[in-house]
Design a protein around this ligand. Sequence first.
Ligand code: SF4
Length: 432
Amino acid sequence: MMNLFTKAFRRYLLGRVFRFQFTASEDPGISLERLNASGIEALHIYVHIPFCKHTCPYCPYNKVPWDAELAGQYFPALKAEIITYADVIGRFQVPSIYFGGGSPAISPLDLVDGLTLLREVFLITGDVCLEITPAECSKETLRVLKDAGVSVISVGIQSFKNELLNLIGRSYDGVTALKALKNTVELFENVNVDLMFALPHQTLKELESDLKTAIDNGATQITVYPLFTFPYSTIGRYKRLKRVKMPNFMVRRRQYYFVYDYLVSEGYEPVSVWSFMKKASNSKSVKYSSVTREYYLGFGAGAGSYFPWGFYLNTFPVQAYIERLSMGKLPTSLEFAFNKRMDDLFWLYWRFYDTVISKQEFEKRFGKDPKVKRIVEFFRKVGFLTDEGGYFRLTKRGAFWIHLAQNYFALNYVNTIWSRALIEPFPELIEF
Ligand code: SF4
C-alpha cells in the first residue's frame, strides 16, 4: 500500500519518464569545468572506514571485522583515491569533513594520516567531524584525534542501561558508556550522543534516564533514533531480539513526543527529525550531521558522493575497493543520474529532515512550481509546518511524520540498494 502511494507521489512530482534506478558506473564524471558550470564552489567530504572490532547484529552499514592485514591495504587505497580526485579538481574548497563507518577511530594513526593528506591536497575551511564507539573513547585516542584537528565528535552510546545494551548486542556496558562521554566532553566542545528509543521493553522512565544522563554529562547535541530492522542485517537471526515484540506505532509516537518535549524543556532545539542541539551559549556550537550536507565527495568502500548531476556509490566490498585502486581505477560502482528537478526535490527532502526550510532558497528553487507549493501549503494547513517569516519550520507532529518517512525511506530504498551492493561489487542495475 505504502509502496503504491510513494510511486504515485514520485510520478506526480517527477513525471512518468524519470527512472528511480542505479546503473553501473565507473566514474562520476567530476571535473573543475563541470563543478564550475553547476555553480559549485565547495564540496564537503565524507570518508568511510569500514572496520569494527565488534560487529552489532542490527547494523546495516558497510562494515567488516577488524583485520590488520586488510586494513594495511585499505588505508593506502583510500589515500590513492583521495589523490586521484585531487589531481582532477585541485585544491578545492572543503567546508567540512565527516569520518563515518564502521569505526573510524579504530586505527587513530591511520586516520590522522588520512586527515593530513586531505589538508595537503584540499582547502579545508570548516569542521572535522567523527563518529566513535564508547569502547574507543580512551583519553589517549581522544587526545590524538583532538591534536589532529577533529572538532566535532559523536559517541554512539545507544543507551546507558546494561539490559538494553545486551538486548541489541553492543559490546560495552553502561559504565563504559558514561566514562566514554565524560572523557569526550573533557576534550571536545561539540559532542553529540546517539541514543535509541522504541526498543523492545524500553520504558519511558528508562528513556528519560538515558536522556538525563547525556544532558547531565555535557552532551551538546543528542540524536535519538529507533532501531532500524533492515531485513538484510543479521538482526532477524539474532536470538535475543527474535523472541521479543517490537513496539507498535502508538508506543513509538508516545516515546518520540516524550523525547521531543523533554529535550525542548531542557533547552535543546530540534536540528533534524532525530537530533536536538543545546541552544548556543556561544558562537562555537556546531551541529553534527552526516547526511544533510549539500554536495559532497565520498571516499572509501561504499561511500556515496552527491553532485548536482547525480548520486554515486563506490563499490561496497572492501577487497573489490582495494583491487580497483590497485589497478589505478576509481572504485565507483553505481550512479543515480539526476535532472535539475530531482536535485531540487532531493534538496527539499533533506531540508524537511533538517526541520527548517529557508523561504528564500525555496522560492529560488520552486517559485514557479505549483505542485510543490501545494504540498508545502498542505503541510502548513495540517499543522506539520509553521510559517516563521523567513523560514518554514517543522512542528513536533511534522517532525514525527517526517521521521516515519525517513524510516520508510531507509527500510525500503536503502535496503534495496545496499543489500545488493554489499554482495555484488559492481551491479548492472538496481531499480527502486
Ligand atoms: S553499529 Fe557501529 S560499531 Fe556496530 S557494527 Fe555497525 S558500524 Fe560497527
